[in-house]
Design a protein around this ligand. Sequence first.
Ligand SMILES: NC(=O)c1ccc[n+]([C@@H]2O[C@H](COP(=O)([O-])OP(=O)(O)OC[C@H]3O[C@@H](n4cnc5c(N)ncnc54)[C@H](O)[C@@H]3O)[C@@H](O)[C@H]2O)c1
Length: 339
Amino acid sequence: MPKIKSVNVGLIGAGRIGSFHGQSIARRLVDAELVAIADPAPGAAAKLAEALGVDAAYAEVSELLAHPGLDAVVIATPARCHTNVLVQAAEAGKAIFCEKPMALTLEDADRAIAAARSARVPLQVGFNRRWDQAFAEGRAAIDAGKIGAPQLIRSLTRDPGPFGADPDRIPQWTIFYETLIHDFDTLLWLNPGAKPVEVFAMADALLRPEAKEKGFLDTAVVNIRFDNGSVAVAEANFSALYGYDIRGEVFGSGGMVTMGDVRRSSMTLFDKDGVSNDTWRRDTDHFVQGYTAQLAAFVDAVRNGELKDAPTGVDARNALMIALASIESVSKNQPVLLS
Ligand SMILES: NC(=O)c1ccc[n+]([C@@H]2O[C@H](COP(=O)([O-])OP(=O)(O)OC[C@H]3O[C@@H](n4cnc5c(N)ncnc54)[C@H](O)[C@@H]3O)[C@@H](O)[C@H]2O)c1
């Protein structure tokens, strides 16, 4: 049997999640090869390249895009750089996997979508929750009509505590742009075809109250009304002391699905202190299967020339619309209608 040609992938951004995606491509995917890494931070690309046995390390994105035989890129730079790097990659004719958020404004989202369309390259966005087994099975049950029409929908992100980051280094509105953006996509995806019509958000700095006046927020709840009558809640907090807690729930006219479990496994310890379970502590442990599956699907899309059941640039724009409405709602302290 002829061996399938590997898809040659370049990684742009060798930070926390980029390093993990680099490992997934190099070690967990059988039909893709990590051929080059780019990062402007001195030594960052070379260090990761050495660890993963990759020959090419660049400081400039343009150098990586000129790497011979490159088919596709994975963009894992800070959020503010995503759109420009994405457009550059599309203009170079490369298939694109972009971490969320794809853009921070609707104008940039449109620019990214247009660039990928005009270059006719696949564009997939990193909404990895869709690939988690529980969430995928929840969506399949909804599609099969097992819970009837969705009425109440819920998605939450509680990052593992204790919160140790410097609030001054976290860009304003990160809780909406980078954290709850996952929940907004999940709510849209679990409510197929429905459009959000109204958003009301509340947010606060409960972990670092002194940072609130500089715009830092670590806790938020967003209520969303959809045009099919369903109502959703997204919530986030930056410090769950018991672990990395990601859950979803859809209650419908005929039943309910729940998704997500903070417990690491079904192993339960019974000892002198009682009954206990260990919990997930990092996204890269909890979602290792989902993160790998989303990249495997992307590699298939590169080979076939189109995405199949994967989050697109338009999905990223739809989630961003709710993030922007949430920001407006918090700023004005009132509900925001979406046209
Ligand atoms: N899907 C998820 O679950 C998930 C998890 C974590 C992070 N993310 C997203 O991934 C992105 C990166 O997050 P992170 O935590 O890895 O950040 P990070 O700061 O650890 O890494 C970013 C890296 O990009 C590099 N960089 C900056 N500008 C660049 C450019 N123009 N070209 C190439 N490299 C550049 C930096 O030097 C740094 O090494 C963010 O948008 C974040 O929201 C997604």
